[in-house]
Design a protein around this ligand. Structure first.
Ligand code: ADP
Ligand code: MG
Length: 494
């Protein structure tokens, strides 16, 4: 079924880190809510936050006589994901009924895909330090979401909100390829980046748009796969790591104490930091899957796939590789700058204007990101525009201002984005003195006034040199080019 895609790098073959002599094995099932306006099989709205039970129609509730109709946009999202992950997009796939009863699924079955999913195989690749790791995908299938149980603890009542019923989901399933909680979180972050990048999911984890289930088992190296337990609905990267770490320790403890692990579905409780068993795990047979008689096979024309391929954006990993190759950036910078499309395009616009890729990268990853974090805003709302940052960087690159003066300028521009950079350099006295004649004169004066330091330096005291530099810098009111100053002083004292 699986077919590998376009990523050319090979699987990482690093030995797995062991926990107390055990190898950790993790596979992920992720539910990504698709960015559609209406439900997967009906015209009801998917808008989040409406009053309970105002957005579920007869189709979502499977009332007798109501017939589901496939949402084209949901299929398009599945195709986009398949293309992004190098998967095979099936030309013909089948919808099935997964039968179970739960209060939030009063119709008694969920429409999903079972034997033939729309997206097959593929992989997600990301860096762990300097090693490229690839996690193989088994499949991604289209399905509808269920409703939600709301527990009003303070009145002791539970209610059912069916607004979410019929919301389109892609369930993305990996092979059990991850070997640590860190790898699992890195995988989830990469997948999150991809689904938001290609605009098939808004990625809002608090609202449940991107929910991960982690299947976790442990084994002695070389042994057959251990029995897994599935941690449901991890809705933050922090909880994900905590939950898996706890689960691994728990399973090892059970095994060490001679108890067998029982396959189960568990929930993570952030309050206690523990996982708790919800139910012993059902097998596929328990769901009595059968093809949904209301829905014909999903047939996708190859031309449609090609049309969508033509509209795909450059993907983050490809873009990062391009940043390394064309701008000569280190892998770390390239990966950081391609965290979001907005950051990547801000970077490229800055480089276009100043021609200094590494300086642009340093400033964006450093000072700019620090200020954005401080104010908790994304780069697309940055008050300093890319051409302004480029102008600051150009001044630094020419040696007209120091790095520190660059920070001063950025601070001013942050609250006064209309300010003129060239005017500020003059009015704030930020221009560096690069004129070697002027600097030499200044050094001569400093040397004459600090004979003691000079003598100490000649006697081998390195510290005296720094004292002289300090004096000279002070005499220039901080405007001397520090590099030039150091070189000239060395020459004078040689
Ligand atoms: P189901 O759909 O019933 O949950 P699957 O066999 O499709 O079961 O597997 C679901 C997920 O569990 C997949 O991501 C798979 O990689 C992972 N998985 C399967 N076996 C193990 C195991 N022994 N340890 C950890 N993960 C596993
Ligand atoms: Mg499962």
């Amino acid at each position: 079924m699986s077919k590998n895609g376009s990523t050319s790098k090979t699987l990482s073959i690093d030995p797995s880190p062991l926990v107390q002599g055990y190898e950790v094995v993790i596979g992920f099932e992720t539910h990504a809510q698709l960015l559609t306006n209406s439900k997967i099989f009906s015209r009801a709205s998917t808008h989040f936050g409406a009053n309970p039970n105002t957005q579920a129609c007869a189709v979502d509730l499977a009332l007798p006589g109501a017939l589901p109709v496939m949402n084209k946009r949901a299929v398009e999202c599945a195709i986009r994901l398949g293309l992004a992950l190098g998967s095979h997009v099936a030309h013909r796939s089948i919808f099935a009924r997964k039968n179970y009863f739960y209060p939030d699924l009063p119709k008694g079955y969920q429409i999903s895909q079972f034997e033939i999913p729309v997206v097959q195989g593929g992989q997600v690749s990301f860096y762990m330090g300097t090693t490229l790791k690839s996690v193989r995908l088994v499949r991604a299938h289209l399905e509808e979401d269920a409703g939600k149980s709301l527990h009003e603890d303070f009145v002791g009542l539970s209610g059912i909100d069916l607004n979410r019923a019929g919301t389109p989901l892609l369930e993305i399933v990996t092979e059990p390829d991850m070997r640590s909680s860190q790898e699992a979180v890195a995988y989830a972050k990469e997948l999150h980046k991809i689904v938001t990048w290609i605009q098939v999911c808004d990625g809002n984890m608090q609202e449940g748009s991107f929910r991960c289930d982690a299947n976790v088992s442990v084994r002695k190296p070389g042994a057959a796969l251990g029995t897994r337990r599935e941690i449901k609905n991890l809705n933050s990267f922090k909880f994900m790591q905590q939950a898996i770490d706890y689960e691994v320790r728990w399973q090892i403890e059970q095994i060490e104490e001679g108890r067998a692990i029982e396959q189960a579905t568990v929930l993570f409780d952030p309050e206690s930091g523990e996982t708790r068993s919800m139910r012993t795990k059902e097998d596929a047979a328990d769901y009595r899957y059968f093809p949904d008689p209301d829905l014909p096979p999903l047939v996708i024309a190859p031309e449609w796939i090609e049309e969508i391929r033509g509209s795909m954006p450059e993907l983050p990993r490809t873009m990062a590789e391009r940043f390394v190759n064309t701008y000569g950036l280190p892998e770390y910078d390239a990966t950081t700058l391609t965290q979001s499309q907005q950051m990547a395009s801000y970077f490229e616009a800055t480089v276009k204007d100043c021609g200094q890729p590494k300086l642009a990268s340093n400033w964006i990853m450093g000072e700019l990101s620090r200020k954005l974090n401080e104010e908790n805003i994304q780069i697309d709302r940055c008050p300093v525009e890319s051409h302004q940052l480029a102008e600051v960087i150009s001044n630094i690159a020419r040696g007209d201002i120091s790095n520190n003066s660059g920070k001063v300028l950025l601070d001013i521009l942050w609250s006064d984005p209309k300010a003129s950079i060239s005017a500020l350099i003059e009015s704030k006295g930020l221009r560096q003195v690069n004129d070697s004649g002027a600097l030499e004169k200044l050094i001569d004066e400093v040397l004459a006034a600090n004979v003691e330091n000079v003598a100490q330096f000649k006697a081998g005291k390195e510290k005296a040199f720094n004292a002289l530099i300090g004096q000279a810098m002070k005499a220039s009111k901080g405007q001397a080019n520090p590099q030039q100053l150091t070189e000239l002083l060395k020459k004078k004292l040689a």
